[in-house]
Design a protein around this ligand. Structure first.
Ligand code: MLT
Length: 404
């Protein structure tokens, strides 16, 4: 008889954002008169930039002509896009990344989830707590997390990110092989400086570990001491894989385009991880659609740059409104200065799901309960700055009213 991958049976409940969406949909269905404001999943609300739309239309027209039509493209992405990425996202910051070190994909979520394919199941994995649930869940699916006992995976090295440490993880006290880091951080909204990242690169070098660096929110960085790429830290090319996305940078959450960087210097036992990922990518993926890659390329035009920066500024302004609004309402809040996420302490030690329910039912505002991101998230909720400005202002008004 065929056997299932029973690691899936060990997974607790459903994917966090599906649970939140289900709860909010059930509430809306039962209360159709209520205007529910979603500040839960980090999904953008502003339309794609005009430069992006224009490039997309042009690419659609090309697909209508036999001379310009494109079928299968290179699995790793078209050079026109990879060259722009290398130039604008790396060379402009003094980082030398070759085109063949860049793999264009349909999302950082997919890549963060799939990267485990090239690592042995025997690796010891270190993951922040709280964390973007994809890292934890995909390691559990692969059988690398052990068993889920009392709310924790017993083979994962948890790195608690707590208030007393400015919500930054501490270096592992035991030897680990793979380390997931995400800065600016989802869900905490905090960011690490170059100096704070250097010990991680040193640790990885000393221990033969690999850092999986999720930089999906780099466009929101305002502090010049926060690096946009892990490769701004000396030596990182020998130890780190970086994940980037157009989702939050340019509003591509529904359009799907991202990329992963694996430098040739990164080797384990003399084997380049770049070549393993290339093997995996070419076998399991057939490339992002031409139309979408042309749209992503347009992000790097002068118009595209200006228009996407404007959208980021809009969301950062929402983040400021949330920070100030919640602070005025008496909450303790973190993040939101270099990231689109605000991490707010629940009042009077209330549980995060309990506070989530209260905000949903009494203020009609949907947040994400901190506990959903891991045990150390208990006692917090996450709010996103991706709503419209009007809804952000209205949500703050309702929350202030609620706690008055
Ligand atoms: C989030 O809300 O954490 C993100 O939108 C999820 C994602 O990017 O997949």
């Amino acid at each position: 008889m065929a056997k299932i991958n029973d690691n899936y049976l060990k997974l607790p409940g459903s994917y966090l954002f599906s649970t939140v969406a289900k709860k909010s949909a059930a509430y809306s269905e039962a209360h159709p008169d209520k205007n529910v404001i979603k500040m839960s999943i980090g999904d953008v609300t502003k339309p794609l930039a005009p430069a992006v739309i224009e490039a997309m239309h042009k690419a659609v027209d090309e697909m209508a002509n036999a001379e310009t039509f494109r079928g299968y493209g290179p699995e790793q992405g078209y050079d026109f896009l990879r060259e722009k990425i290398a130039e604008f996202d790396y060379k402009a910051r003094g980082i030398d990344i070759a085109v063949d070190e860049i793999f264009v994909s349909d999302g950082a979520k997919s890549d963060c989830g799939n990267i485990g394919d090239i690592f042995s199941v025997d690796n010891k994995v270190a993951i922040c707590d709280p964390v973007y649930p994809v890292y934890m869940d995909t390691n559990a699916m692969a059988g690398r997390a052990g068993d889920y006992v009392d709310g924790k995976w017993n083979n994962i090295y948890y790195m608690p990110c707590l208030e007393e440490n400015g919500f930054l993880p501490q270096l592992p006290k035991e030897k680990v092989d793979i380390i997931y880091l995400c800065f600016p951080n989802n869900p905490l909204g905090v960011a690490a400086t170059r100096e704070q990242l250097k010990p991680w690169v040193d640790y990885a070098k000393e221990n033969g570990a690999v850092i999986l660096y999720d930089s999906a929110y780099e466009a929101f960085i305002t502090n010049p001491n926060v690096p946009h790429s892990i490769y701004e830290v000396e030596g990182a090319k020998e130890v780190a894989i970086e994940f980037r996305s157009f989702s939050k940078t340019a509003g591509f959450t529904g359009t799907r385009c991202a990329y992963t960087v694996i430098p040739h210097e990164l080797k384990l036992d003399g084997v380049e991880l770049n070549s393993l990922w290339n093997r995996r990518h070419t076998t399991k993926f057939n490339g992002v659609p031409y139309i979408i890659q042309r749209a992503a390329e347009a992000v790097y035009t002068p118009e595209g740059q200006a228009q996407t920066k404007e959208a980021i500024a809009y969301y950062l302004e929402n983040a400021r409104i949330i920070r100030e609004g919640l602070t005025e309402a008496g909450f303790t809040v973190y993040g939101g200065e270099n990231a689109p996420y605000i991490w707010a302490k629940t009042p009077n030690g209330m549980g995060s799901w309990e506070f989530f329910d209260k905000l949903l039912e009494e203020a009609n505002v949907v947040t994400t309960p901190g506990e959903g991101f891991g045990p150390s998230g208990e006692g917090y909720v996450r709010l996103t700055a991706f709503s419209t400005k009007e809804n952000t202002i209205e949500a703050m008004r309702r929350i202030k009213e609620l706690v008055k």
